[in-house]
Ligand binder design. Sequence first.
Ligand code: C2E
Ligand code: CA
Ligand code: CA
Length: 743
Amino acid sequence: MRHEAVQTGLKAHLNRRFAVAAMLLLSAVVAVTVTLIVVTALDRVASYANHLDEERSRETIRGAIQTFRYQLDATLNDYAAWDDAADNVYDPSPSDWSDRNFGDMTYDSDLFDVAILLDRAGRSLMAYSDGSPIAGGLGGYLRQDIQAMLKEVQSREAGGTPQVSGFVRTDKGIGAAGVALIRKKSGEIEVPPERRAYLVFIRHLTPGTVDRHAAAYVLPGLSLVPASTRSTHRVAIESPSGVPLAALAWSPRAPGDMSRQQVEALVTTALVIVGLFCLTLLLTGWMVVRRLRADEQAAVRLSLTDQLSGVANREGLFRMLETRVAEAQVTGDDVVLIYLDLDGFKEINDAYGHATGDSLIRAVAAGLTVLAGDPSALARIGGDEFAIVLKGEDAQARAEVLSEAILSFFNEPLLLGDRVVVVGCSIGLCVSSGGHVDADELIRRADMAMYSSKDGGRGRWTFYDAGMDDAREMRNQLELDLRAAIQDGEISVVYQPIVDAHSFDLVGVEALARWTRRGHGPVSPDVFIPIAEASGLIDRLGLCVLDMALSQLKRWPGIKLSVNISPGQFRDPAFVCRVEDLFEQANVDPQRVVLEMTETYFIQNAERARMALDRLRRIGVRIALDDFGVGFSSVGYLRQFGFDRMKIDRSLIQSLGDGHRAVEMLQATVALARSLNIPVTAEGVETEQQAVILRLAGCDQLQGYLFGRPSTVEDIDAYRARSMTPRARAADIAFAAHRGERH
Ligand code: C2E
Ligand code: CA
Ligand code: CA
């Protein structure tokens, strides 16, 4: 659950990080786009304004050139189509009228600076330039273009206006020129064609003229340049025949550029502000992303860490293993997984509470960290399960040494606050040589090996081997078969005689479960009882044995019955009630029955055990402490729980042959029990010598092959017939009478 929550949190984190990154990218793109658009727009506005100005200047200059020619044309018209001129020029008597009215006017005039009067053949009748008669030939003035104009005028005499103008080149420069027939204002002409005269006016484009135009039309830098000048800011001046003569060039004012210059500072400031804003956004965004990434890494770490102990959790172990296995695949090293499970943790947790349990886990984690030497190699993978990962060429050897060290660590009691607790541990190991076994399989194998250690008696380490899988499979099958056998009533009971230590008379029997597995033969209780205990089948099995044994008891008056009870059976809250019911049904005096229990349950659940014992005693049954001499074997328990009898385990009896010390120890143990008024039974008595020692030590009852093996009901019948004493028979009769009275 917690893990899922962490995962969901992690996803939300990632989403947020992507959102921030996307926003940053978007704002950067927007900033760049806006900048580009603004700069482009500014550029367009500027170049459009420039273009407009360019066009206006061009049109103005074209107009100016046109006007320059029209002016000359108009002046020429005034002078040539003039009644006075027609009268005087065509007057055959010689006069200086033309010189006075045409020639003199060329001096410092704004209208024309060259005036030439020609006859029909183009010969000069008068020629003035700048107020002075032109000396020499007129070739420098009357070039081809004027000659062509003259012809054109003559050709128009038949119809149309006999006047033509256009730009020409003379030796003086470029200028507007016009040729017109001298005539009356009305256009009338009385002289014959051969006597006709033609007036030529030229007005040159002098620098002064150009400057005046520049000022008048507001065209700075206007100048007359050769036709060959390469510039876009120019308007060509062409002769009437279309030959470029020169051009008027101007310096563009580029108002767009100027406007741009005006706003450039403002726009730059604005863009810098936008840029700074974006930069701030980017910086804060980057910081947010960094924080989110840090949070995310922390969340990942959290999801891989066990909160209680601070070491890696199951997920963390898995990641660690995957990494180590992948590395080993490259380096060829071994990866060893050490898997350990605490023995008795649950009991400490139950007895002292969760706070103590938590302290224990922390203490164990700290101890293991020190032993492993590398905190990152340690993981807590369950309530009381830990794992250590080792890697390297000598990993197996190191793992063995480390396992031994861990077992020694658990041999010492742990001090938790003011409490001293003892826990054990079972270790499973497995190897992935060269990374050939993956993480999942390593965990499965180590778990298997760990269970093998538990089955083997705990407090040990075991390396995984393939046989364990078969063993597990066999065990599972055995459990299935046992379940079926209990259901189908295939469990039987045998009875082993218990005799008086002095008379060797039969005083009781111990009921022992037997199972002949279908298709396999008999299975030892040492095999199927632990399976029944581990699987919970013991509840039904135990009651089943008790039920069968009680029903046999009527056959053997005066004989006591011992029945084994597993600690696991106490877990059933209705256990005592069920026992009571069985006694009712079988109509047996509970006083004749001894329930044998090992001390494990009393160690683990002292309080609950005491309550269960009290209730059982109230029914009337006796309780014996079974298997004394195996495990903790504290005489303290005898006193604390008030057992009615103690049974010394056969392993202790068998060690009697080993020497004096064993005998002395046994004597001391029995003496102690007797001092507490607790009678002692010795089991597993095989020789007469053992029987003698045990009797002398103070045991009042003996059990073992010497007196009889676990036997069928019929065998016990026969045994009883041989050894029944009159005293026992009398006791039986008394009980029967007592029951009869009650019912
Ligand atoms: P246990 O309670 O200590 O039972 C005595 C065991 O010692 C029996 O083994 C018995 O056959 C064996 N034994 C008796 N005399 C001798 C002897 O002289 N020499 C040797 N070597 N062995 C002797 P068994 O029947 O195999 O039972 C083994 C264990 O299984 C029992 O040990 C008991 O703990 C458990 N068990 C058997 N039946 C039941 C049952 O119905 N309920 C429960 N809870 N446990 C049972
Ligand atoms: Ca027993
Ligand atoms: Ca025993």
